[in-house]
Ligand binder design. Structure first.
Ligand code: KG4
Length: 344
C-alpha cells in the first residue's frame, strides 16, 4: 500500500441479503465491523425479501452509528462511502444504496460502488490491528461458494477478475440447504449437515457426480440422486432418515467437496497457479477447509482461507473493495441504481 493512501478512511455498507452491516477501514486496516443478522426469516425456512428490506430499514442507522463509534471516529472523518450495489435482493440493496447516497450528500464525500462477489474475493486483504497478514499474490484463483454462487474466479488484480467456471444450475450452498430441508434439518441446512457429517461415514452412499466440460459446476444431479436415495430407502424403512442422518450428511458433504475440488484442481493445473483462495458462506465448511489443506500439502498450493467472520456477508469486505476502487480513482454517481443479478 502506498503511504499516500494509508490514512484513507472508508465506511462500508452491506445490505444485499439478510445481514445489515457497516464497517470502517483505515487504509487496509479494519477498525470496526458491525453485523445485524435478521432472525425473522428462520420461521419461514428461507429469506423473505419484503421482511429483509424492512429489517434493513430498521437496522441501518444504528448499525452505521455503532461501526463509526467502535472505530473511535465520527462521520466527519470518513473519506468515502463504499456500498454494495449488487447482486442481491433489490429491495435490500435499495436500503443500503439510498442510505449511502444520503450520507454522501450530507457529508460531501464520494460514494464507491462495490460488487458483492468481488468483495467476497477481496476479503482476503482485510488486515486487523496488530495482525501479521499474508494476502494472496496476483494472479490467484478464488473458489467462491455460497448459497447463490459456485464460481472459480481468476483474479489478475483487485479490479480485474474473470469467472472461468460457474454452476450451470444450483449453487453448492443450495445443494446443502435443499438436501438438508428434505431431511427436516431446518434452514440454512449447510451448518447442520457439516456438524452431523463429523459423525458419519462419507462413503456410506454413492451419490451422483456431474460430468460436464471445462471448469463449470452442476449440483442438480447430486440433489436428484440424494432425493431418490431417500425415496427408495424410506419405502423400505420409514425411520431411514433418522437412523442414517449422519451417514447421509457425511456422504452429501464429501460429494459436494469432491465436485468442487476436482474443477479447482483442473483450473490450477491448466493455468499453472498455486495461490488458491476460498470465499463465500460455504467456506465455513470444515470438510472443505480440510480439503484445501490437503491440497496444499499434495500440490504445493499456497492456500488462503478466510476467517469465519469474513465468510458470511459483512461490510468489512465491502469497505476493503471500496478502498481498492477508491485508490484506483473509481467514483459512483448519485443516480446509481442497484443491480439484482450477477455481473462481473
Ligand atoms: O455467502 P452466504 O452467507 O450467503 C448466501 O449466498 O446466501 O452463504 C450461505 C450459504 C448457505 O447455503 C449455507 O447453508 C452455507 O452457506 N453454509 C454452509 C456452512 N455454513 C454456511 N454450508 C456447508 N457447511 C457449512 N459449515
Amino acid at each position: 500500500m502506498t503511504s499516500e493512501y494509508q490514512d484513507i478512511v472508508i465506511l462500508g455498507i452491506e445490505s444485499s441479503c439478510d445481514d445489515t452491516s457497516a464497517a470502517v477501514l483505515r487504509g487496509n486496516k479494519l477498525l470496526s465491523n458491525v453485523i445485524a443478522s435478521q432472525a425473522v426469516h428462520t420461521a419461514y425456512g428461507g429469506v423473505v425479501p419484503e421482511l429483509a428490506s424492512r429489517a434493513h430499514e430498521q437496522n441501518i442507522v444504528p448499525v452505521v452509528s455503532e461501526a463509526v463509534r467502535r472505530a473511535g471516529l465520527t462521520l466527519g472523518d470518513i473519506d468515502a462511502i463504499a456500498f454494495t450495489r449488487g447482486p442481491g435482493l433489490l429491495g435490500s440493496l435499495l436500503v443500503g444504496t439510498n442510505f449511502a447516497k444520503g450520507l454522501s450528500l450530507s457529508l460531501g464525500k464520494p460514494m464507491v460502488e462495490v460488487n458483492h462477489l468481488h468483495a467476497h474475493v477481496l476479503a482476503h486483504f482485510i488486515t486487523e490491528e496488530g495482525e501479521e497478514h499474508d494476502a494472496p499474490k496476483f494472479p490467484f484463483l478464488c473458489l467462491l461458494v455460497s448459497g447463490g454462487n459456485s464460481q472459480i474466479i481468476l483474479v489478475r488484480a483487485a479490479n480485474d477478475m474473470e469467472i472461468i467456471g460457474q454452476t450451470i444450475d444450483d449453487a453448492a450452498g443450495e445443494a446443502f440447504d435443499k438436501c438438508a430441508k428434505v431431511m427436516g434439518l431446518g434452514y440454512p441446512g449447510g451448518p447442520v449437515v457439516n456438524r452431523l457429517a463429523h459423525e458419519g461415514n462419507p462413503k456410506a452412499f454413492a451419490l451422483s457426480k456431474p460430468n460436464i466440460p471445462g471448469y463449470d459446476y452442476s449440483f442438480s444431479g447430486l440433489k436428484t440422486s440424494f432425493l431418490y436415495t431417500l425415496r427408495d430407502e424410506l419405502a423400505q424403512n420409514p425411520n431411514f432418515i433418522e437412523e442414517r442422518k449422519a451417514d447421509l450428511c457425511a456422504s452429501l458433504q464429501a460429494t459436494v467437496i469432491e465436485i468442487l475440488m476436482k474443477k479447482l484442481r483442473k483450473a490450477a493445473k491448466d493455468l499453472g497457479i498455486k495461490q488458491i483462495a476460498l470465499a463465500g458462506g460455504v467456506s465455513a465448511n470444515t470438510g472443505l477447509r480440510a480439503a484445501f489443506e490437503d491440497h496444499a500439502r499434495r500440490y504445493g498450493w499456497k492456500i488462503f482461507i478466510p476467517k469465519f467472520a469474513y465468510t458470511t456477508d459483512n461490510a468489512a469486505m465491502v469497505a476493503m473493495n471500496g478502498y481498492f476502487s477508491y485508490i484506483a480513482g473509481e467514483r459512483c454517481p448519485l443516480d446509481a441504481v442497484p443491480f439484482a443479478r450477477v455481473t462481473m
